[in-house]
Write a protein that binds this ligand. Sequence first.
Ligand code: SAH
Length: 393
Amino acid sequence: MMTIYLKRGKDESLRRFHPWIFSGAIHHIDGQEEEGALARVLTADGEYIATGHWQIGSIAVRVLTFADEPIDEHFWQERLCVALDARRAMGVAGREDNTTYRLVHGEGDNLPGLVIDIYGRTAVMQAHSVGMHCDRKAIAAALKQVMNEEIDNIYYKSETTLPFKADLGQENEFLLGGSPDDVAIENGLRFHIDWLHGQKTGFFVDQRDNRSLLEHYAHGRDVLNMFCYTGGFSVYAMRGGAQTVHSVDSSAKAIDLVNANVELNFPGDSRHKAFAEDAFRFLQQMEDGAYDLIILDPPAFAKHKEALRNALKGYTRLNVRAFEKIRSGGILFTFSCSQAVSKDQFRTAVFTAAAQSGRKVRILHQLHQPADHPINIYHPEGEYLKGLVLYVE
Ligand code: SAH
C-alpha cells in the first residue's frame, strides 16, 4: 500500500476529522503511485493518522477511516449497515409506501466519493472518485449482503461523474440483476425512474420533504412547477388538490417523464399540462397573476466559487420575474442547489429580487436537504440545498 507523509502542521484538519487531504499538504509518497489505490497517511513524525483513496488532483486523498483498520469486505459492510440503520431511524427505509431514498451520501455517510440511491428493488451506485470506482465490485458485494432481501439490481452509473482525466473508459452497467422495472414509490406516489439515461441517478431524491410540504399548500391553487424534471412537485401538488398544475422544463425528455409520472398517478387527469420551454422565457411571457403557487428549482447556477457572482445575479433575475407575476396571496417555493452559494447569499439574492419587485414578502419556511442527505459535522461543505417558502401579498 502507498504511504503518504504529510508536511509538518498539515495534519491539523485531519485531527478534526475533515475527510479531505489537499495535494499541497503532502510532503512525499512512498511506494507505487496508483490512482484510486488505498494510501496510509502519516504525519511528518511518522504517526498514523488516516487511510483513504488517493487521486491525482487538488483533493489528493479522500479519507475512509481515521482508525488503523483494513479496508475490506467487513469495512464496506459495516459502513453500509450504519447508513441503512440511519435511514430506518429517519423513517425513509423499510416502508412499503416509500421505496425511494438515498442510502449513501458521500462524506455525510463517511464514504467520500460514493452515492447510492435506492429505487424500489434497484440500487443506483455512483462513484465521484477514482478510488470508489476501483472498489465498486467490493462495494456492490457488500451492498447485496447488507440489503439482502431488499434489492435485486445494482446499476453502476458513473460515466459522467468520474474525473475525465483519469481516463477510466467507464461505461454504465448493471453489477447485479438487470430488471427493467423502473417504478419506485415516494410517500405513496409512484415515479418512473430513468436511471439508464436520467440526470444524476435518475431522480432528485433530495426534494422529498419539500415536495411533501408543497402538497399541503396546493389545495385549490394554480401551480407552476418551473424546472420540473421528472415532475416530483407537480405530482404532489395534484395529490394536494391543486386546481391546475403546469410543468415547465427546457428538456423535451423531462417533459415526457413528467407526463408519464402524472399519468401513472392520475390517469386522464386534465388538471395537468407540461411545456418544453426555457424557464426565463416562460416567466416573461406568462400573464400577470396566472399562478398563485410557483416552484423555482433550477439546476446549480454556480458549480464552483468563481461562478458565484453571476450565479447570485441569476437567482435574483429568476426570482424577480416570479415576484412580479405571482398572484396576490401567492406562495413561492424557491431553491438553490449550488453548494458554492451559502444560505445567506441565497437569501440575499431573493431579498434583492423581492425589493426590486416592490411586493410585500414574508418568509414562511426555510428549507434544506433532507435527513437522508446528511451533513458530516466535520465537513460543512456537504450542505448544499436551501430553499425559502414565501408568502407574497
Ligand atoms: N425540480 C426537479 C429537479 C430540477 S433539476 C425535481 O424535483 O426533480 C433542474 C432541471 O432544470 C433539469 O430538468 C433541466 O432540464 C432544467 N433546466 C435547465 N435549464 C433550464 C432552463 N433555462 N429552462 C427550463 N428548464 C431548465
